[in-house]
Ligand binder design. Structure first.
Ligand code: 13P
Ligand code: MG
Ligand code: MG
Length: 379
C-alpha cells in the first residue's frame, strides 16, 4: 500500500503578540482532524504547535499534492483564523496569503512537507519510522546545515559509512529567491558534490534543501517546506518558519545521527521582526515563544507507522530530554553574546535580507540626502 505523510503548518494568529495559538484554535483543528479520520479522508492525524505555528501531521492514501488534503488543511486554518480574530489575537490569518488557493496550498502561505512511499513493511523497510521538525521565528534555510551534516558527513552520521548508505544521498536544492516560471531546483549528490553543496547551502537566505533521496534505494527520505513568504506576498508578512519530514533508521540515518548537528545551536536568520542572526534553540513540542528575545526555536517528534498507517497513539518528543538542557543554555548564551552588539555588523541581517521594509525605506531616504563633494586634489 502507498502511504502519504503530509505536514502542513501555518501561523494564523497568536496570544499577546507572536507567541502561541489559543487552546480554542488548537481544539478546533483537533476536532477537524478527528472528523477527517472518521470520514476516512485521513488515516491518522495529530495537531501540534511550535511557537505561534499550528502544524497538522497527517497520514492518508491520496498521494502528495492532493487537492482534498490541501483544502482540508486550508479550511482548518480558516476556522482557527476566525477564532483568533474573535478573541483579538495578533496576526489572525497571517500566513493565509490568498483568498482561496487553487488545488494546492503550496505558494498560498502555509508550509508543506510531503512524502509518498510504499508501505509494505518488507525489505528494505520492514518498519517505518519518521520524524517531524517544526521551527518558528526563522527562514527555511535554518535546516541547511544540520540536515546537510546528517546526510552528507560521517563526522556527524557514522552510519553513512555502512554498505546501505555508502553510495550517498541526492539533494534537491531550491533557489528560494528565483520564482520566475516555477521552482528553480538543482540536484547534487553527496559525497561527490560535497563542496558544491556547501557553496549553495552556506547562503541560508537564498538556497534551501527541498528534498533528499537515497542513491542506493531511490527512496524519498526528506521533504522540507521552502516557501519564502516575502517572495509570495511581495512584502514582509511574518517569518517562514519551516517544517521538515524525515524518514529515519535502517537504510537512512538514525534519529541521533540526524539530531546531533542541532547540538550546535547554529546561528540562523530570524528572531525579532525576522531581522537578526540568532541561535536555533531545540525545544519540546507545544512550546510558546516567551524568552528574552524572540529566539528561533525548533521542535522534533518521532513516530512509527502501523501496517494501516496510524501513528498518533505513540510518539517521542526528542527535544524534551535533559540532554538538550545544555544546548538550550548554550543557545541562550550565544544569543546574549551576539545581541550584546545590537544592530552592529553580523548581529542583524544585511539590508538585502532585512524583513521590515521600513528599515530599507529609511536607508533609501538617507541615501538621497548624501551630497557629492569633490576631493581637494581634484578641485
Ligand atoms: P512569526 O512569523 O512567527 O509570526 O514571527 C514574526 C516576527 O516578525 C517575529 O518578530
Ligand atoms: Mg506569528
Ligand atoms: Mg511563526
Amino acid at each position: 500500500m502507498k502511504i502519504t505523510l503530509s505536514v502542513i503548518k501555518a501561523d494564523v494568529g497568536s496570544v499577546g503578540g507572536h507567541t502561541l495559538p489559543t487552546p480554542d484554535m488548537m481544539n478546533s483543528a483537533k476536532e477537524n482532524v478527528k472528523k477527517a479520520i472518521k470520514n476516512t479522508l485521513l488515516i491518522d492525524g495529530l495537531v501540534t504547535h511550535t511557537g505561534d505555528d499550528i502544524c497538522l501531521i497527517m497520514s492518508h492514501t491520496k498521494g502528495s499534492d492532493n487537492p482534498d488534503i490541501h483544502k482540508f488543511a486550508w479550511d482548518c486554518f480558516i476556522q482557527a483564523t476566525k477564532l483568533a480574530d474573535d478573541c483579538g489575537c495578533y496576526g489572525a490569518g497571517q500566513d493565509l496569503l490568498v483568498d482561496a488557493p487553487s488545488a494546492n496550498v503550496r505558494g498560498a502561505g502555509p508550509g508543506v512537507a510531503e512524502i509518498t512511499f510504499d508501505h509494505t513493511r518488507k525489505d528494505p523497510r520492514p518498519a517505518e519510522s519518521f520524524m517531524i521538525f517544526a521551527a518558528d521565528k526563522c527562514g527555511p534555510g535554518a535546516y541547511n546545515l544540520p540536515i546537510f551534516l546528517a546526510f552528507a558527513d560521517p563526522m556527524y552520521c557514522a552510519g553513512l559509512m555502512l554498505p546501505k548508505m555508502i553510495k550517498g544521498f541526492s539533494f534537491e536544492i531550491i533557489d528560494m529567491e528565483e520564482t520566475k516560471g516555477g521552482d528553480h531546483i538543482i540536484t547534487l549528490h553527496a559525497p561527490k558534490d560535497y563542496y558544491k553543496m556547501a557553496i549553495l547551502l552556506r547562503d541560508n537566505e537564498r538556497f534551501g534543501i527541498k528534498a533528499i533521496y537515497s542513491q542506493t534505494y531511490n527512496e524519498h527520505v526528506v521533504s522540507l517546506s521552502t516557501d519564502r513568504l516575502h517572495a509570495i506576498a511581495g512584502k514582509y508578512t511574518g517569518k517562514d518558519d519551516p517544517v521538515a519530514l524525515i524518514r529515519n533508521q535502517g537504510i537512512f540515518p538514525a534519529p541521533e545521527e540526524i539530531l546531533s548537528p542541532f547540538a550546535k545551536a547554529h546561528y540562523v536568520g530570524g528572531d525579532a521582526r525576522g531581522s537578526h542572526n540568532m541561535p536555533l534553540m531545540p525545544v519540546p513540542i507545544n512550546t510558546g515563544v516567551a524568552g528574552i528575545y524572540c529566539l528561533p526555536i525548533v521542535s522534533c517528534l518521532g513516530f512509527s507507522l502501523t501496517r494501516e498507517g496510524k501513528f498518533s497513539n505513540f510518539y517521542i518528543d526528542f527535544f524534551d530530554n535533559p540532554a538538550w538542557d545544555l544546548v538550550r543554555l548554550r543557545a541562550q548564551e550565544k544569543a546574549i553574546e551576539i545581541r550584546s552588539q545590537g544592530w552592529s555588523g553580523p548581529a542583524m541581517l544585511p539590508y538585502s535580507e532585512l524583513e521590515y521594509s521600513g528599515f530599507k525605506d529609511t536607508l533609501e531616504s538617507l541615501l538621497e540626502q548624501f551630497e557629492v563633494r569633490k576631493s581637494e586634489s581634484k578641485k
